[in-house]
Design a protein around this ligand. Structure first.
Ligand code: UDP
Length: 322
């Protein structure tokens, strides 16, 4: 099996590459290093089954060659992170829509199966709990940049589903819910690496809003194991799956837990959303996945508890700074 991973030098992609190599598969990664990094894959480069191209996925000539050579394609390249979405909306919209269009169209040319990474942002600000794959979406106005991310990934999903329906291309869609772990950076807004970094430096922990918004955090190793299992499952074709943990925690409790586990002297400070992102920023109050569907087709059972997940991020940051 030869897998192509777009965005394979990113946080989730690099863990997926590692997993597939450990199963004896050949892995090619394409990444433009816009948010990914060579550090994430440095430990894989000695493996003779590992290949790497620094290139953007909108380069159709390169994509044509890479896709024709692989058996299966994991499309993870995307512009992600709420801060990035708010501050660089053109980049986010173009990367997510034009990139995916190239990937899916070329995959169809060679009839290669596509596993497309999507996001819980798809559900928007709907207050339903938990989210099921077929639930309605609720989005704010186009004048709020945040919603462009949800819309761009929804276009990707429509495209993958349309290629499946109309042309019979095998495609599977996976909606990640707050995947965290080693190698994730806080640079684009992700809360866990930001809090751990702040706590280890005894700096103020920046909790946005009232801190009572909640999320469910899933360890990246649990996430990629389920993605690889879905990729091997023929009955998943043409379907959408939520992927994540259903253990919910408020952001304020997360901050307290990080302070406790790092034995930090940091103080926790509430920062209004307008100040943290932009005026009129809208956040999601709760975000809990219904994971019964994925559990019916693959053994999606998280091995990492919430504490073990946090500990792995703390260990990663400590190792980097010693
Ligand atoms: N958040 C926070 N402080 C930070 C970064 C994020 O309080 O320094 C909050 C953010 O407003 C959101 C939650 O943590 O309510 C999760 O944010 P993240 O960007 O990690 O994921 P998403 O919002 O996409 O679920």
């Amino acid at each position: 099996m030869h897998a192509l991973i777009t965005g394979g030098a990113g946080f989730i992609g690099s863990h997926l590459a590692e997993l597939l190599l450990s199963k004896g598969q050949e892995v090619t990664v394409i990444d433009d290093l816009s948010t990914g990094s060579l550090d994430n894959i440095a430990h894989l480069t000695n493996n003779p089954n590992f290949h790497f191209a620094i290139e953007t996925i909108t380069n159709e000539t390169v994509m044509d060659r890479l896709i024709s050579d692989c058996d299966l394609l994991y499309h993870l390249a995307a512009a992600v992170g709420v801060k990035l979405v708010v501050h660089q909306p053109v980049h986010v919209i173009e990367t997510n829509i034009l990139g995916s269009e190239t990937v899916v169209r070329v995959a169809n040319r060679y009839r290669k199966r596509v596993v497309l990474a999507s996001t819980s942002e798809i559900y928007g600000k709907s207050e339903k709990t938990p989210f099921k794959e077929d639930d309605d979406r609720l989005l704010g106005p186009t004048t709020r940049s945040r919603w462009s991310y949800s819309c761009s990934k929804a276009v990707d999903e429509f495209l993958a589903l349309a290629y499946h329906k109309e042309k019979g291309l095998p495609t599977v869609i996976v909606r990640f819910f707050n995947v965290v772990g080693p190698r994730q950076t806080g640079r684009y807004g992700m809360v866990v690496p930001r809090f751990v970094h702040q706590a280890l430096a005894d700096k103020t922990i920046t909790v946005y809003g009232d801190g009572l918004q909640s999320r469910c955090f899933c360890h990246v190793k649990d996430a990629v194991r389920s993605v690889a299992a879905l990729a091997e499952c023929a009955e998943a074709n043409g379907q959408v799956f939520n992927l994540g943990s259903d253990e919910e925690i408020t952001i304020l409790d997360l901050a307290k837990k990080v302070v406790e586990m790092t034995e930090s002297k940091s103080k926790i400070k509430l920062i209004p959303y307008d100040e943290a992102y932009e005026e009129g920023f809208e956040d999601m109050r709760r975000r809990v996945p219904d994971i019964s569907k994925i559990r019916k087709v693959v053994a999606h059972k998280p091995e990492f508890s919430f504490e073990a997940t946090l500990q792995s991020v703390i260990d990663y940051f400590k190792a980097r700074h010693t």
